[in-house]
Design a protein around this ligand. Structure first.
Ligand SMILES: [Zn+2]
Length: 557
């Protein structure tokens, strides 16, 4: 085992979100893993299902992994398990009962996986893993069962906040336990690792109580059905809708595979309270007047396959919008989704239903602490060193500023990117020169990491200007093109209306080939293909200003 005096901290993950998906803590070669999540791809990553952390650093160290501790059940913290767990020797995991329920349910979608070994833990529990002693404490977020970590290590005590916000009036959860936080702070915190997602937002995050009051106004005044869309993982928002529906004598139909699953898991574990008879099946819809119905569904971001979009497109087998419906979009708009959410709103309004969204009133609160809360936890914990995590670079920098404002010296704060190796001792914190592999891994269907930059660039090219296949038969004896080359094209031009272009292209192909094979030279087939690709590419661009992917197929006959 290596003689390591400092503790190493290595954040991993995708697309700049530092350590959101996974963080490694290493001491004397023994490694503790926090979370194992995924990230959803950007719009231009065509066909990619998700991005998972690069675990190259763990290669050859699988036996030294002590275990994995999970903060909460959001996919960006648990979603990479099915792709990675088998590769690192299926180590023991620790999670709250709800997080465990969500992990196990998802695992069912991956039948060829090893059986997971997950121990259920709760706030107040202590886990000893090698020289790490982890104490779990409750944190408010927008999913129940969220745990922060107090970690005793040989170099000093560390707090990892998890995703969190301070909510003094939460719904379906207890308020933040400030007494507990203060008690932890008394034990001298060497390093605070804190959630930076809201570090650019002024003030304090909204309390779930405020959200509930605003939602209640909608329930009070809606004459017809209430159709509320939110994220399937927002168990607390789902609970609010159920409580209000019960108060206003409405039956509730849950629509959407992931939401149904989460409701079932949360209900079985008593994280979600539903009175008997509140939930109905879809075939019972017709038994109740519109004023007695709430439909909870997925798709507030305009996700193509989610329930809300299917209703708008009149593809839903049972539900269609009509006058009198109140549609509640209870989620903020994830950057990049603005346009689809606009399509959503317009579509609902065209079908004469009413729309309520977060810009009109506070019917959604994020799950993350904002500036005032972040400063508050810094003041309570008073860490010697500070490491902002979970956020894009600008958020980390903003969070570092907040730490300075509360009195952490600048030299004691490190802002890093994924793959940087942080060294921590009682006296100092610094970043190593070497890095851990940190380029994210793309998952497409069953393939993990086999889609790289080149495949992705091809997909982007195909999406932009389509493809253009040229099939030329070449006479082996004469080196001349036989007959007229065939052209197949998709997504480039409509062939039937481009006869002239095609005729000119065929002529050009014949010229190129005949020139290259003329005067009895030995024929270099790959040279001919390159010539066709380049020259026809230039030709088509000059005629159309488009650059389709050109695939020359040359067959000797
Ligand atoms: Zn979260």
């Amino acid at each position: 085992m290596e003689k390591q005096k400092n503790l190493r901290i290595i954040p991993l993950g995708g697309l700049g979100e530092v350590g959101r998906n996974m963080t490694l803590l290493e001491f004397k070669g023994r490694i503790l893993i926090c979370d194992m999540g995924l990230r959803f791809p950007e719009e231009d990553m065509l066909g990619i299902d998700c991005l998972i952390p690069n675990i190259g650093y763990l290669k050859g160290k699988e036996k030294n992994i002590l275990g994995i501790v999970f903060t909460h059940g959001h996919y960006d913290h648990i979603g990479a398990i099915p792709y990675l767990i088998g590769k690192i020797g299926n180590p023991k995991m620790f999670a709250s009962s709800l997080t465990k329920g969500i992990i196990l349910k998802r695992q069912e979608e991956f039948p060829n996986q090893p059986k997971l070994n997950i121990e259920t833990v709760k706030s107040g529990d202590k886990i000893q893993l090698g020289s790490f002693k982890i104490e779990l404490f409750r944190q408010n977020h927008n999913i129940p069962g969220n745990l922060g970590f107090f970690i005793e290590t040989p170099v000093g005590n560390i707090i990892n906040t998890s995703d969190f916000k301070f909510d003094s009036n939460p719904v379906n959860d207890l308020p933040t336990d400030f007494k507990k936080l203060k008690a932890l702070a008394k034990r001298k915190i060497l390093l605070l690792m804190s959630d930076s997602t809201g570090a650019e937002e002024e003030g304090h995050s909204l309390s779930e109580k405020t959200i509930e009051q605003n939602l209640e106004e909608i329930f009070k005044h809606s004459p017809g059905r209430i159709i509320a869309a939110t994220f399937a993982s927002l168990i607390n928002r789902i609970q609010q809708m159920i409580v209000l529906s019960e108060k206003y004598n409405r039956k509730v139909l849950i629509e959407g595979y992931s939401m149904k699953n989460n409701v079932e898991i949360a209900r079985n574990l008593a994280y979600l309270k539903v009175k008997k008879g509140t939930l109905i099946k879809d075939k019972e819809l017709a038994n109740y007047p519109d004023s007695k119905l709430t439909i909870l569904c997925t798709g507030a971001q305009g996700e193509g396959r989610a329930v809300l979009m299917r209703i708008i497109n009149r593809e839903h087998r049972l539900i269609h919008f009509k006058r009198g419906d109140s549609v509640v979009l209870s989620s903020s708009v994830i950057p990049g989704n603005e346009r689809t959410v606009q399509i959503l709103k317009d579509g609902i309004l065209r079908q004469k239903a009413k729309v309520f969204h977060y810009k009109m009133m506070d019917i959604h609160a994020g799950g993350h602490a904002q500036k005032e809360e972040l400063k508050e936890i810094l003041r309570i914990i008073k860490p010697k060193f500070f490491l902002p995590i979970h956020g894009q670079y600008s958020m980390l920098v903003s969070h570092a500023e907040l730490a300075k404002e509360t009195g952490v010296p600048e030299k004691n704060i490190v802002v890093v990117e994924n793959g940087r190796i942080i060294n921590l001792s009682q006296k100092r914190i610094f970043i190593e020169n070497r890095t851990a592999p940190s380029n994210y891994i793309m998952v497409d269907g069953l393939g993990i990491g086999d889609v790289g930059e080149i495949v992705l660039r091809d997909r982007q090219m195909l999406a932009r200007d389509g493809m253009f296949v040229i099939v030329a038969l070449i006479d082996r004896q004469t080196g001349k093109v036989k007959g007229s080359p065939d052209i197949i094209s998709r997504g480039f031009v409509y062939l039937r209306e481009s006869k002239e272009l095609l005729r000119d292209t065929r002529k050009k192909v014949i010229e190129i080939v005949n020139q290259a094979t003329g005067s009895g030279r030995t024929v270099n087939w790959s040279y001919i293909k390159d010539e066709i690709r380049n020259k026809i590419g230039q030709f088509l661009f000059s005629k159309t200003q488009r650059r389709p992917m050109i695939l020359p197929v040359v067959i000797e006959v």
